[in-house]
Design a protein. Sequence first.
Length: 322
Amino acid sequence: MTGTFGAKSTADQVLSGVDLKGKRFLVTGASSGIGLETARSLVSHGANVVGAVRDPAKAEPAMAPVREAASQGGGSLALIELDLASLQSVRACADKLLADGRPFDSIIANAGVMATPFGRTVDGFEVQFGTNHLGHFALINRIEPLLADNRRVVVLSSQAHRVADVDLDDPNFERKAYDPWAAYGRSKTANSLFAAEFDRRHRDRGLRAASVMPGNSITGLPRHLSQDDLQSLFEIVGKARAEAGLPPAELKEIPQAAATSVWAAVVANKDEIGGRYLEDCAVAPINDMPNPFADGVRSYALDADKARQLWAKSEELISAAS
């Protein structure tokens, strides 16, 4: 595993000199932000990318830079409809991919929502837990036969996992008062735990999974926050890091934020990253400092027992909603 990449690296730098012709990737949330840049960087190096988006027709104009990169780099882009907040849509997407039958070299579970007002998915799940975790859980497990041995799954988590552990007794805020940041933190912890347990279940055949903290960047993700809310958040983060003696947080450009995803999916030694939480193109250290804005991963986000329990709970919730 190379040590030449870090927080400032871009996706294109990570893939420099890498020929991805003949390789096939699934990227969820491919029409904006980090997902768009992830898809663009992959196709520009020859990869065939299937971009999963809520509305392919609406997403098509945004995909122009990806199609241009594909034409120049020898890759290809196909869009498929996927609404992670609907298990019916997840199953339809998965079944279409299964019917096609072509395998994937890597799945990058990139799509997500953040700090949404309280709401429920069509299946009755709290929106952030249902979209960020359960939708990806259902999709990836259903299309797992398309992942050949020695392939990879990359699940985007977040520094926000440090805000809250999962709550297996009340995952949908049916008893506790809803807090948008606690809900987001729970969902991002769930992303990390899912990757860890998926890795444990499939590592014997060389199929490895890891979770990724892409880095904070300005994308469409905080669409539910006003400009004042966003500025206030930056100030809170800065103050909390300063009080803990940490350097100021730096925003990444979107090409930098996509770097760890493609590093994990293509470049990193899969056996060194499997079951781990990654940030800045490296395996992140365990850091149980209670500060939610510190770097590294809280140990609860990689806890093997909690990961197994979340898996069982996720299966139970999805089965009950079917």
